[in-house]
Design a protein around this ligand. Structure first.
Ligand SMILES: C[S@@+](CC[C@H](N)C(=O)[O-])C[C@H]1O[C@@H](n2cnc3c(N)ncnc32)[C@H](O)[C@@H]1O
Length: 371
């Protein structure tokens, strides 16, 4: 088993800035333990020099940002005010946290790993910042966020999509979220209709927020070095959001982007999808639900007339031959309004969700905003 190099342990304890720089320069020569997380939290062990050993878990996205220039830029670009409360998700060993504490009134740090929390507490105490930090040891996806003004975080990439959803579709108003993300994920957030990366993620985020690209960050700026490069983006919630039921919007875009390269006509002709949509709208259609197997002739008739209705709606807005990935949000909102005017609503009923899920394209991130 590889043990982390002694200097790396020092770096993790954050003894001083010079060591911090030194660690960065020689980071590539470090030995470290980068494990897949097997479920048990390992208690830091001691080597002969009483230095705690800290292992990084790949499954928790534990890549520590070590370049002070990048850390400084992230804080500067976030435009933090001295009176702000900053939310940081995944503070890790606290490199970014200390800079956030210098710039703000208060930091709320949510970290899942108790070993990181211990290191963080130690470093914060060394810098006499204890009174201005609240460390919550929890899963950021499961806990309720306290109030905050803005988010600044180098987040674990595995939770990017549900975390962005939790922020932009959450109940807490905030000014901005400066996030260090996997470069490919950031490109998808920034994509526009017609771009090859344009997908449901961008559609859903753009409805409620503006996204700005700030800078790219090399994988060499992290310890341990990840396989992918990163980008910093700033997400700013829109002051005015279109009048639409956001739950219904997300269900609607899930349906439309089930196969993003198919035309909407082809997507809405899929039998399973149509049946689920019809069943979830059964009150508007004389309670005519249909079973997938063994349809009676009357329910089959009902199904066919529902299908005809859907095609008529698509045709009325000239959407039948269009592909969702080429439509801007105004056009998608128009299509949703046409469905609603005809008495068809997209509800997140489990039946509809299941049918949509089965129809979904494989997606690398498979999560909240994209599926
Ligand atoms: C990419 S590291 C960032 C560390 C630090 N912010 C930095 O920039 O060096 C991500 C951190 O998020 C933590 N983490 C992973 N999953 C989490 C979750 N679901 N909720 C809260 N923290 C999480 C990891 O333990 C790790 O410390």
């Amino acid at each position: 088993m590889l043990r982390p190099h002694k200097n790396l342990c020092r770096f993790i304890n954050g003894l001083n800035h010079d060591q911090f720089l030194h660690c960065k320069r020689s980071a590539s020569s470090y030995q470290y333990n980068h494990r897949n997380h097997g479920g048990k939290e390992n208690v830091p062990k001691k080597d002969g020099n009483e230095e705690p050993q800290l292992y990084f878990y790949k499954s928790r996205g534990q890549h520590i940002l070590t370049n002070p220039r990048i850390l400084g830029s992230i804080v500067r670009k976030s435009a933090i005010r001295p009176t702000d409360t900053v939310l940081e998700i995944g503070p890790g060993t606290g490199n970014l946290t200390l800079k956030l504490l210098e710039a703000s009134q208060k930091v709320i740090a949510i970290e899942i790993d108790k070993r990181m929390v211990e290191v963080l507490h130690r470093r914060v105490a060394e810098h006499k910042f204890e009174d201005r930090i609240c460390v919550i040891r929890e899963d950021a996806l499961k806990c309720e966020f306290p109030r905050f003004d803005l988010v600044v975080a180098n987040i674990p990439y595995g939770i990017s999509s549900p975390l962005v959803a939790k922020l932009v579709y959450g109940a807490i108003p905030f000014r901005s979220a400066t996030l260090l993300l996997q470069k490919e994920f950031a490109r998808r957030l920034l994509a526009n209709p017609g771009d090859s990366e344009y997908n449901r993620l961008a559609v859903n985020v753009k409805l409620v927020a503006d996204v700005e690209h700030v800078m790219d960050v090399s994988k060499r700026d992290f310890v341990p070095c990840p396989k992918v490069d990163s980008s910093v983006v700033i997400i700013r919630p829109k002051k005015e959001v279109p009048e639409v039921n956001l739950e219904e919007w997300r269900s609607f875009t899930r349906t439309c982007f089930g196969k993003k390269n198919k035309t909407l006509g082809a997507t809405f002709k899929q039998k399973r999808m149509l049946m689920a949509l019809m069943n979830s709208n059964s009150e508007s259609f004389n309670g005519q639900g249909v079973e997938e197997e063994g349809c009676s002739s009357s329910s089959e008739k009902g199904f066919n007339s529902f299908k005809a209705k859907i095609i008529e709606i698509l045709k009325s807005g000239s959407f039948e031959d269009k592909r969702p990935a080429k439509l801007c949000n105004e056009e998608l909102l128009h299509l949703l309004a046409l469905f609603n005017q005809a008495g068809i609503y997209f509800r997140d009923g489990s039946e509809l969700q299941d049918a949509e899920r089965r129809a979904l394209a494989d997606d690398a991130y498979g999560s909240e905003l994209e599926d």
